[in-house]
Design a protein around this ligand. Sequence first.
Ligand code: DLL
Length: 444
Amino acid sequence: MTKTAGHGFGGFNPVSAPDYLPVPLLRDLQLARLQQIVRRAYENVNHFREQMNARGLNPDSIKSLQDIGKLPFTVKNDLRDTYPFGLFASPMGDIVRLHASSGTTGKPIVVAYTKDDVEVWTSAMMRAFAACGVGSGDIIQNAYGYGLFTGGLGAHYGGEALGATVIPISGGNTDRQIMVMKDFGVTAIACTPSYFLHLLERASELGVDFHDLRVRVGIFGAEPWSETMRRRIEEMSGIKAYDIYGLSEIVGPGVGIECSCQCGLHIFEDHFYPEIIDPVTNTPCAEGEEGELVLTTLSKQAMPMIRYRTRDITSFVEGQCACGRTLRRIKRIGRRADDMFIIRGVNVFPSQIESALLAVEGTLPHYQIVLTREKGLDQMEVQVEVTAEVFSDRIGALEALHTKLESELEHTLGIRADVRLVEPHAIQRSEGKAKRVIDKRNLG
Ligand code: DLL
């Protein structure tokens, strides 16, 4: 099956988009917008005014982009403490949309958009799709969840505005997803990478080979995934898999995306100002150094975010991208500061485990980490599915793989983990964000 590209970008010209602004112009634009947004936040949101006053700052304190470093950070707890509407800078009469993040416990985080905010978001998503070659003539199967989660509607508006055909199928109902993909000649799919793996697996059970479908592009995000996972996805499906990043507090999907070079995510810096800081000292990281991504919304009216601590760990990619975009790039977000768990005193991130597991042949990209405490001692079990061939092979192959994985993990993490090889499908599939870690240590 030839996988042909779309026909254009529905009147939107990606080449003249702000993606290619000369850097000095981009910086001027950022400063002008930063000054406006700080003023807006100061004048309309008690929390920001109090925080700034406490530091002896007022909107006139921002004279250069570097001055952003004087401003206070905003953290998730500030949203919780002011729940539901305390950080809004617009009256409800100007707010046309509310979304909420799916916190696992307690109250969600509520975010708001004016009509202009929805337009900014839509344009960011148009630029995101265009960056990975999706345009009019493309049929996008949008399997991000519709609802309070920003994934569904964010991709929906961007795709439509670009002139692409959007199928608002939302998450779940996997067999129907596969039927639609095949019968409607879908060319692009948007969902979480873990759900795409589930789709791939189910398609193969139904005798559908992705290589025979017209789908050529996947726009995957909303959860961490590794480079090894990308390679597996691309090999198994014949599509190009792009990483898209975003978070509700800032706008939703479309804060940044990879271009066809697949070497870092371009941040739509004219709307979202990125900093990367050392999460302990709170000082800026050197170019290329890993730290916490901090984002400031430069144009959001309903809910400006000043120096929001994302907890997402990344670094700036040095130099200019071969695609010609002048927008700074960040490395894919492999982990969050708060995904880290400590086991027997050692810091562990699920992403390290993912990379170690998937580097070994015979494993499937479905795994889960179970933490327990036995007689006061932390235990970690890493469950990973293995191919049906390995699983049904003579005991020797399973044992060899088991030993290899345990030593691979010990080498990567510096501590021992118990590996449990399970048969295909043993691990629960997700329709949205995958849950990789089950921590039972505090339950008993
Ligand atoms: O996940 C928005 C989104 C929807 C992004 C669809 C991409 C595609 P939240 O539910 O607020 O918003 O979760 C935001 O998810 O802080 C990251 O920790 C994580 N995340 C999002 N995209 C990526 C990615 C949406 N590409 C949180 N890689 C963020 C790694 C990601 N983590």
